[in-house]
Design a protein around this ligand. Structure first.
Ligand code: PLP
Length: 378
């Protein structure tokens, strides 16, 4: 099987499995007796590793159950914190139209509850191009670092600078970036950052929120005081250990891996440009090296996926969360891609398991797959 859906999830790394097994007996890291202190020391190790690898202080690391949870805490929690502090921007949110649903839906819920929402517009390349909405204070500005569908890397530094001028906290959904590129939380200057372990070879169901001391998000779940009270609940020490091990390995090989998958991605892109009439490349630089999003005129995404699947090639139309429902992607819509073209899209995402053999297999079969999809489409 040739797997081209690494942005959705990827196999757990052996180092992560081993770290998980080694910590699987850990009991309650909040208890004072010996087994609790042992669990606590494993958790501290994981927290320190993450802090060292991502350029933050250990206290800024909050372990969560997913990237989705980290995004929800940041968006809802910073919004609530601004209200509690009666900050000048309270009641207002700045965001983009290309966020993953883990940010888009909490923002939509805040809007339904009365928040005023302003957008940073993206251009046809999928990058934020207009920053004016940042020139008035807001409870938070939230912009993903790299888009999960196109791979487009967003101008986060510029967003942070503009937001800081009005004292607006910034959240970034860095789920597609962490583990693939160096990240330095302190230098970046965002208030909060979300990441997800399974995107870099850690376990599914484990995530991270990096959160500066202040302004800290208000908790969205009430309970014990774990994780600074921001994410209450007995901590999953084994998953935290596995996440830290996967992050270490993933970052150690990230430069080499980016170059390796970048070569494969360019091969696929050039092949499509030269051999598939009506292929429109939606991934524009700067972008993650393992991402390629393409629309094929006169096709539909569902048929493309099924036809490829029959040949042992796995790809997706876009975000993992939309899989199975081929509707117009809000990301492509925001980029101004026409609906009929957008519906015939595929996202190829490459990662550690990708080989030249996988790429060759894809390129051998792609022309016939597109042709057959066009016959079905009529
Ligand atoms: N944010 C982005 C950009 C993603 O790509 C994903 C996963 O697809 C998430 C958030 C959600 O992460 P998780 O699967 O850990 O909830």
């Amino acid at each position: 099987m040739a797997y081209f859906d690494h942005a959705a999830t990827q196999p757990m790394r052996r180092s992560a499995v081993e770290a998980w097994v080694a910590a699987s007996g850990a009991l309650n890291s909040g208890a004072q007796y010996a087994s609790g202190r042992h669990a606590r020391s494993l958790l501290d190790d994981a927290r320190e590793t993450v802090a060292e690898l991502l350029g933050c202080e250990p206290i800024e690391v909050i372990f969560t159950s997913s990237g989705t949870e980290a995004d929800n805490i940041a968006v809802q929690g910073l919004y609530a914190a601004a209200a509690v502090a009666e900050a000048p921007g309270a009641g207002r949110v700045v965001t983009t139209r290309i966020e993953h649903s883990a940010v888009k839906e909490p923002v939509a819920a805040l809007h339904a509850a009365g928040a005023h929402v302003d957008f940073l517009d993206v251009g046809r390349s999928g990058h934020v191009e207009r920053f004016d909405a940042l020139d008035a204070p807001a409870a938070l500005a939230t912009c993903m670092w790299a888009n999960n569908e196109t791979g487009a890397i967003q101008p986060i530094t510029e967003i942070v600078e503009r937001a800081q001028a009005t004292g607006t906290p910034v959240h970034t959904d860095a789920v597609q970036v962490v583990g693939k590129q160096p990240v330095n939380f302190a230098e970046l200057g965002v208030t909060t950052l979300a990441a997800s372990a399974h995107k870099f070879g850690g376990p599914r169901g484990a995530g991270l929120l990096l959160a500066q001391r202040t302004p800290a998000p208000q908790p969205i779940m009430r309970g014990g005081g774990q994780e600074r009270g921001i994410r209450p609940g007995t901590v999953d020490v084994a998953s935290a250990s596995a996440l830290a091990a996967a992050l270490r390995e993933s970052l150690a090989e990230s430069a080499e891996e980016a170059a390796r998958v970048g070569v494969f991605r360019d091969q696929i892109r050039e092949y499509m440009r030269n051999n598939i009439p009506g292929a429109v490349i939606n991934t524009a630089e700067p972008a993650l090296p393992g991402h390629l999003h393409v629309s094929f005129e006169r096709t539909d995404g569902d048929s493309l996926i099924l036809l490829l699947d029959q040949l042992g090639i796995e790809a997706a139309t876009g975000s993992a969360c939309n899989a199975g429902v081929n509707r117009l992607s809000h990301v492509l819509e925001a980029m101004g891609v026409e609906e009929s073209l957008a519906l015939g899209s595929l996202r190829f995402t490459l990662g550690p398991s990708t080989t030249q053999g996988d790429v060759d297999k894809l390129l051998t079969h792609l022309p016939e797959v597109i042709e057959r999809a066009r016959l079905v489409h009529g």
